[in-house]
Design a protein around this ligand. Structure first.
Ligand code: SF4
Ligand code: SF4
Length: 218
């Protein structure tokens, strides 16, 4: 019947007039982000990073650039690489999180922010110094250990590198012991952990903190 379409349209308008708006006036108001929100300020823990570049290799867009040189602390043993460049071009990032999933050492996390806008694309490249200095409020995306601890990056304290791994730091040393450490150093009794502890001794350039890293349970 003529005019029915208009009546139907007006009914929809009337129905929605009574509903509360679900948009907010940004930036005066901000919606609360989920703890698993994949934000743009990547959180990187240099202490956990071995420089393996798995994150760069798995990035489908190839926007992570890593340059390394042999480590100064344990070059012969292959303990880890020395990171010289760690750039992420977040202007091209699609926040898929594959780099975070690929990191075997829980050194890289998605961030929790979304306000990194800049005037030029060049300024959208996060460099190693920026990553070092950034607040450590990691997203809980692909990090069940943070989720099970009830961590909320928007409310909680910054997290220390020893508190963010899926396994204890001691276990991590075990992993590192598998990286050619056992045969290269140690007391010769075949205990990989002891071999790593030897590597961390002050004589070999380690620190007391490294040698005495307490066991963490996540
Ligand atoms: S989130 Fe995806 S696109 Fe962005 S750097 Fe990581 S792997 Fe690359
Ligand atoms: S995958 Fe993890 S450990 Fe390897 S270079 Fe990337 S952040 Fe570092």
């Amino acid at each position: 019947m003529y005019g029915m379409g208009m009546v139907k349209g007006l009914l929809v308008t009337l129905k929605n007039l009574t509903k509360r708006p679900f948009t907010v006036q940004y930036p005066e108001e901000r919606l609360k982000q989920h703890p698993r929100f994949r934000g743009e300020e990547f959180v990187w823990y240099e202490e956990r990073c071995t420089g393996c570049a798995s994150c760069a290799k798995f990035c489908p867009l190839g926007i992570i650039k890593i340059v390394t040189s042999p480590s100064e602390t344990a070059p012969a043993q292959g303990d880890k690489y020395l990171l010289e460049v760690f750039d992420i071009d977040i202007a091209r990032c699609m926040f898929c999180g594959l780099c975070v999933e690929a990191c075997p050492y829980d050194a890289l996390f998605m961030g929790s922010g979304f306000e990194q806008s800049q005037y030029s694309r060049k300024e959208m490249v996060i460099g190693i110094d920026q990553l070092r200095q950034a607040d450590k409020h990691p997203s809980t995306f692909f990090r069940p250990q943070l989720e099970s601890a009830g961590y909320d990056p928007h409310q909680g304290q910054p997290l220390h590198w020893k508190d963010v791994g899926r396994e204890s730091w001691r276990w991590h040393q075990h992993e590192k012991a598998g990286m050619r450490l056992e045969s290269a150093a140690g007391s010769g009794n075949g205990d990989p952990i002891e071999a790593v502890d030897d590597l961390n001794s002050p004589d070999l350039g380690g620190t007391a903190e490294d040698a005495g890293a307490p066991e963490q349970t996540q």
